[in-house]
Design a binder for this molecule. Structure first.
Ligand code: PLP
Length: 329
């Protein structure tokens, strides 16, 4: 497979900023990479993956993008925006949920003109691939060509976006005169982690890449990452050898489950917002940064001194329940 030419949508390189007051509190130098600033409609980490996925879609002659996600999926919204920007049609297969109908990403999906099919959580779990394939076949019957992007664009081609981001980080390190010895990211479908991990290895960089899973388990994402590393190397032609336990996924911060919040997490996001003028999202970055701070306090990061957290975006993901929790603090 050839590495597709990425289509350049994102505002790159994204800034790296030091969190001075948090660093002081924790006795570590903590930096944040603002991948929440890749754009507005196309904000967040998914856009780096979509640069490559859309590049492949176009080189395959496709005129429609088909993908799936939760009803408040950041990835689905980013796909809707990318499709509109390229003059393509977006088809989104979304897992139905009660409380988020008129706001956030779902609202933006509609605004951006995406075709939306809502399915039940059961159907989503078992049949989403078939449902997307059906859409592709129907499009073919009407003379269109659909390109299917899996959940989170976490496959080999999508993960190339974070392989490339790792190079960006290494260049920024040189400019800033800093060496990050730990890089921390939230893990939802695994492509961001896998791309960074791959880039770190291939560039013979010595940082440890930590993922905090916000759904499923350490075991699940160690296996997912291994699979994705293999898929990435099919595009680059550079194979790396990695054992499962080399994959540093830290479990324990899923809390009540995917996209469900506890008041201690919302309180943490609130405290950090006041401390640093920085807003995290409740589904991914809030849980991951909360986990990172807890682990630093426990001593798990004692061997690291310069830590880079990737702000992967997600600010349209705040829902009514989470805002209610915030206002009750
Ligand atoms: C999707 C997402 C993640 C997780 O990235 P994966 O590559 O799916 O693991 C993290 N943060 C935000 C805001 C996201 O939307």
């Amino acid at each position: 497979m050839n590495m597709p030419d990425p289509i350049k949508f994102a505002n790159l390189p994204t800034k790296i900023e030091k969190l001075d007051r948090l660093s002081h509190k924790l006795g570590k130098d903590i930096y944040i990479k603002r991948d929440d600033h890749t754009g507005i409609e196309i904000s967040g980490n998914k856009i780096r993956k979509l640069e490559f996925a859309a590049g492949e879609a176009i080189s395959n002659g496709c005129d429609c993008l088909i993908t799936c996600g939760g009803i408040q999926s950041n990835h689905a919204r980013a796909t809707a925006a990318v499709a509109a920007k390229l003059g393509m049609e977006a088809f989104l297969v979304l897992r139905d949920a009660e409380d988020a109908y008129v706001e956030g990403n779902y609202f933006l999906d509609r605004m951006l003109g995406a075709n939306i099919k809502l399915i039940t959580p059961e159907e989503y779990k078992h049949n989403r691939a078939d449902i997307m394939e059906d859409i592709r076949v129907q499009l073919e019957d009407t003379g269109h060509k659909g390109y299917i992007i899996p959940e989170g664009a976490s496959n080999g081609v999508g993960s190339l976006g974070y392989y490339k981001a790792m190079k960006e980080i290494l260049e920024q390190e040189k400019q800033m005169g800093i060496k990050f010895d730990a890089i921390v990211v939230a893990v939802g479908s695994g492509g961001t982690y896998a791309g960074l991990y791959y880039g770190n290895k291939v560039n013979k960089n010595s940082a440890t890449i930590y993922g905090f899973n916000i759904t499923a388990s350490r075991e699940y994402f160690q296996e997912t990452a291994l699979k994705l590393l293999g898929e990435i190397s099919k595009y680059t032609g550079k194979h790396i050898s990695v054992a499962k336990d080399d994959i540093d996924i830290i479990d324990g911060y899923v809390g009540l489950g995917y996209a469900l919040s506890q008041s201690k997490e919302i309180e943490f996001i609130h405290r950090l917002a006041k401390l640093e003028g920085l807003i995290l999202d409740p589904v991914y970055t809030g849980k991951a940064m909360y986990g990172m701070v807890e682990e630093i306090k426990k001593g798990s990061f004692d061997k690291h001194s310069n830590i880079l957290f990737i702000h992967t975006g997600g600010l349209f993901g705040w829902n009514r329940k989470q805002r209610e929790l915030l206002s009750s603090l």
